[in-house]
Design a protein around this ligand. Structure first.
Ligand SMILES: Cc1ncc(C[n+]2csc(CCOP(=O)(O)OP(=O)(O)O)c2C)c(N)n1
Ligand SMILES: [Mg+2]
Length: 279
């Protein structure tokens, strides 16, 4: 993976990170009044995937779940619309203010809003891919992956050799319960037992890059280990000890990383301010 591509991924991740910092602050001061599911810490998964997929000139159907702000932004969703959604604005929002943080939906980027039941996006996304045969990306959490209807549907996607990419955003947590308390098996091995490609990796863009040759050629599941920086819902921190991929990448890119972060922060802060003025 060359440095140019890595910078492109960082720019997207920076948009997501600076968006989430604003959402955190406006939630803390109660400007945002609804529950929000912040994806800070996890942005390199959608930022890398969307960069690689768009380079292939593919615009997939997108099925995400509740922690989906970075998915929406990385795949080209309008930042202004996400802000009005979080502010619950009836007049301006795509969903008339009734979607909320967990159900971000956008016709323009072909992203389907989540219904709030963990993992339902998996059979629904597989059904959409099966009937349309369009490239489809389905995100799930490490806990959603445990739902019975997810597992049965995965088997079907394998039998039908669908052009589908399953991404487990594995932050090791179901709210606050760690994976080792919940199960003794691994999702990439489950995928393999269903006779599809299954891999376990971390959210370093260089790692994700290795698997792009299989995207949408056949069903594949990537279990991507990542870290959630903030609370399950709302604006708070469980711990200060969490590894932050964003800081790591910024350090790797040196002065370029610093410059990008500063520039994008200014831009994103300004968009938030302007949207708030409109209300
Ligand atoms: C079917 C169902 N059971 C339980 C819940 C309550 N619930 C909401 S989110 C969540 C944990 C989700 O964990 P994971 O899928 O790993 O996603 P993450 O929050 O870590 O991004 C639970 C148990 C739910 N929404 N739906
Ligand atoms: Mg989780």
């Amino acid at each position: 993976m060359d440095k140019k591509l890595r910078i492109k991924v960082f720019e997207k991740a920076s948009l997501c990170r600076n968006f989430e910092i604003n959402a955190f602050n406006y939630s803390k001061n109660r400007t945002i009044k609804i529950p929000i599911y912040l994806s800070a810490g996890q942005e390199f998964t959608p930022a890398t995937l969307s960069t690689l997929i768009f380079n292939k000139k593919i615009k997939p159907l997108i099925f995400a779940q509740h922690r989906c702000h970075s998915t929406y932004l990385s795949f080209g969703g309008k930042i202004e619309n996400l802000i009005v959604e979080l502010l619950g604005n009836y007049r301006l929002s795509n969903t008339r203010g009734m979607g909320g943080s967990a159900s971000i939906y956008s016709k323009e980027i072909k992203m389907y809003g989540h219904d709030g039941h963990m993992g339902t996006q998996v059979p629904i996304g597989i059904g959409a891919c099966f009937t349309s045969r369009k490239p489809t990306i389905v995100f799930m959490g490490d806990a959603s992956a445990e739902e019975d209807y997810v597992l049965g549907a995965l088997g079907w996607a394998s039998v039908k050799k669908l052009p589908i990419l399953f991404i487990v955003e594995d932050n090791n947590l179901s709210i606050l319960t760690e994976k080792k308390v919940r199960r003794n098996w691994h999702m990439h091995e489950v995928a393999r037992s269903f006779k599809m490609r299954g891999y376990d990796l971390n959210d370093n863009p260089k790692e994700i890059y290795k698997y792009q040759k299989y995207f949408f050629k056949e069903p594949m599941l990537l279990n991507i280990n990542t870290n959630r920086l903030f609370w399950h819902a709302g604006a708070g921190k469980d711990s200060d000890e969490i590894f932050d991929r964003y800081l790591n990448e910024k350090k790797y890119l040196g002065s370029i990383g610093e410059r990008i972060d500063k520039k994008i922060k200014q831009k994103v802060d300004e968009i938030w301010r302007k949207q708030l003025e409109k209300l």
